[in-house]
Ligand binder design. Structure first.
Ligand code: PLP
Length: 407
């Protein structure tokens, strides 16, 4: 068969060059193993296992009953945008009103549209690695160039001021920063953000995209800060993005939001208006109830995640061949598997990369994790702990047995 595609199948060049989501690829593998009858423990998914809190569900039902079922304004309902602005003011110290905000179909759409609305051919976006899998592909789809900056474990998987300074060029359009981080769980301190801010203040042409989607999941002494809060002088060129997916266990409702400069919010609104229009009216109603309602549900989930993290880190670090630092936030552990590279599995597969390790672990031990190289740094694996403790213990026992069977 020829590799040349018939003209009718020719794709947009930016899409043709983008990789399909690594996370979805792993989900397909898991589904195929399950369909073949295997009982897989999934530590690969990036979503909380909790149900959406009851009062939020009740609010959504009330929204439907009271007729909140029509198109909304493109940038979101006034009620939700007011609640978003209030959240950014009271929790993050940002100086914003509802007109400085936008609501989208998930944080993903907000991020994508910020990039799509502003990137032209040759524009560079600095992405610290390890990164969330979608960032480089979103940049690629928008015609920009992802500039990946390695942030090794010795730097806590975090971008340093000098690495940032070295990466900035006259073509830099955005810096993307994500704290707490998917996939490492790293949380930037106020001082670390301040050091980055000092560099950014010198480069006035750089916009900043702060992805704060894991804001409410920080552990121990780690406290959450966002860049525009730490350095208010950067607020006029920062898009601070957040959402209800992770904090309120509302991944399926698809509501994300952001606050930023008006010209950018207007451009993103213009784009969204030709694309999806406003986000789901019922979901917006529910998200407004989530933001204006009680916060004790967040603390309960945070506590549970912290206990699971403690358990997982302890169990993983006791497995010969794996090692992981203690993450300060989110619900991921990023474990090094470098000592297992070069070994052979009982089924005879030689493990050359973290991807080989993740696939063999799934095929031979029924545990699904994500290879770190999908997030821009190998040989590591990302292990999500959005599962009950019993399943985490069972998964660690299976990983332990698999690792000790390697020769
Ligand atoms: N940013 C990061 C770092 C994420 O991990 C995710 C989801 O996995 C998102 C953004 C998108 O969240 P949403 O479900 O609101 O689109």
């Amino acid at each position: 068969m020829s590799d040349v595609k018939p003209a009718i199948e020719r794709l947009n060049k930016n899409l043709a060059a983008a990789k399909p989501s690594a996370t979805y690829k792993m989900m397909d593998r898991v589904a195929a193993r399950r369909a073949a009858g295997a009982a897989i423990i999934s530590l690969n998914a990036g979503e909380p296992d909790f149900a959406t809190p009851q009062h939020i569900c009740e609010a959504a039902i009330m929204g439907i009953r009271t007729g909140h079922t029509r198109y909304t304004q493109v940038a979101g309902t006034r009620e939700l945008r007011e609640a978003v602005a209030e959240k950014f003011r009271s929790e993050n110290g940002l100086n914003v009103t509802w007109q400085d905000t936008i609501v989208g179909t998930g944080g993903k759409q907000v991020l994508f549209n910020a990039l799509a609305a502003t990137l032209n051919e040759g524009d560079e976006v600095i992405i610290p690695a390890p990164y969330w899998v979608s960032y480089p592909e979103m940049v690629q789809l928008s015609g920009g160039k992802a500039v990946i900056v390695d942030c090794p474990e010795s730097d806590g998987f975090k971008l340093t001021a000098s690495a940032l300074e070295n990466a900035i060029t006259p073509s830099t359009r955005w810096l993307l920063i994500n704290s707490p981080s998917n996939p490492t769980g790293a949380v930037y301190t106020r001082d670390e953000l301040q050091a980055l801010a000092q560099v950014l203040l010198k480069h006035e042409h750089v916009l900043i995209l702060a992805d704060d989607i894991y804001e409410h999941l920080t552990f121990d002494a780690a406290r959450f800060y966002t860049l525009a809060q730490v350095e208010p002088a950067l607020q006029s060129r920062t898009l601070t993005m957040n959402g209800v997916s992770k904090a309120f266990a509302m991944t399926g409702w698809r509501i994300g939001f952001a606050a930023g400069p008006r010209w950018l919010i207007d451009a993103m609104t213009n784009l969204q208006g030709q694309q999806t229009s406003g986000a789901s009216s019922v979901s917006q109603f529910a998200a407004a109830a989530a933001l204006s309602g009680p916060r004790d549900v967040l603390e309960e989930m945070r506590n549970t995640f912290e206990q699971r993290r403690n358990l997982l880190v302890e169990l993983l670090n006791a497995i010969p061949g794996l090692s992981c630092p203690v993450p300060g936030g989110a619900f991921y552990v990023f474990a090094s598997c470098k000592d297992l590279i070069g070994k052979r599995t009982p089924a005879g597969t030689r493990i050359e990369t973290d991807e080989d390790f993740a696939i063999a672990l799934l095929e031979e031990a029924d545990v699904a994790v994500m290879p770190g190289s999908a997030f821009g740094l190998g040989p590591y694996v990302r292990i999500a702990y959005a599962l009950h403790e019993t399943s985490l213990r069972a998964a660690c026992a299976a990983i332990r047995q698999f690792c000790s069977s390697l020769r």
